[in-house]
Design a protein around this ligand. Sequence first.
Ligand SMILES: Nc1ncnc2c1ncn2[C@@H]1O[C@H](COP(=O)(O)OP(=O)(O)O)[C@@H](O)[C@H]1O
Ligand SMILES: CC(C)(COP(=O)(O)O)[C@@H](O)C(=O)O
Length: 266
Amino acid sequence: MFVSASVTCFFAPVIDDPKNSGSIGVGFTIDRGVEVRLAEKTTFNGKKIRLPTLEYVLSKLGYEGGAEIKSDLPLGCGFGLSGATALASALEVNEKLGLNLSLFQIADLAHEAEVLNRTGLGDVTTQCHGGFVVRKNASAPSICSVDRFLWDVEMDFLVMGELKTSEILEGNLKEVYKIGVECLKKFLKRPSISYLFEVSKEFTLRCGFADDDILDAIEAVESCGGLASMIMLGKGVFALNGDVLRELKGFYTKSRVVWYGIKKSL
Ligand SMILES: Nc1ncnc2c1ncn2[C@@H]1O[C@H](COP(=O)(O)OP(=O)(O)O)[C@@H](O)[C@H]1O
Ligand SMILES: CC(C)(COP(=O)(O)O)[C@@H](O)C(=O)O
């Protein structure tokens, strides 16, 4: 099963019980993500790893074993891979064990794993829909009201390091919530790809999430006529016409935004 990465542009987090936890905001799916197959042991690109969200869903579904995960994106850098692997592996188990669970039943389970481990709030909802996904309320995927913009664009990404989502989600989120809600209201008044970048950058600056490396990368893109903002939550940026990012230090990749989040592997 393939599940796309989910890149969050801005968000307003709510942490409660898993059903009523989530984030309002905007995120998008790309043609890169995780390819997951059930296997004896859990590996990420051939290396043994521990992924709490994956372990949670497998054990809840009664599957004894692990999963082989392949990805050309890094873990812990804001691509929502913890949610993607939980969702993909739960879909695989559903098929293998003939559980006949619905997509939203599975998505809610993957979301629960994310909330309990503080690894994500809105990623699984974004991955259930695809494209530029507007999450209008903070909740589990099955009850989250969404809208989608199907803009056909290619994005540049530069990852300069990891940022532990759990460390931020365990902090004080009151101000982030307020700014996130304001940003969504603004964006929905005149939605466009360029305004999405403007609002996302405003969110990043007002929340104080960006360090000098991030700010320098955004400035480099803008000085070449492109648009950029910070990946939530990772030490990296996403950009439109951001070719210049290739010249900066870090992991660079280019990806197309896709209008799906889940795809059966061939
Ligand atoms: N080498 C690794 N680097 C980063 N995270 C890792 C690694 N190995 C396992 N993990 C697990 O992967 C998850 C990454 O989650 P998160 O920080 O939300 O990033 P992402 O944006 O990829 O979902 C965490 O549960 C973490 O414990
Ligand atoms: C921003 C974040 C809370 C975390 O995203 P990641 O680090 O990619 O797991 C996301 O889940 C969201 O709610 O939009």
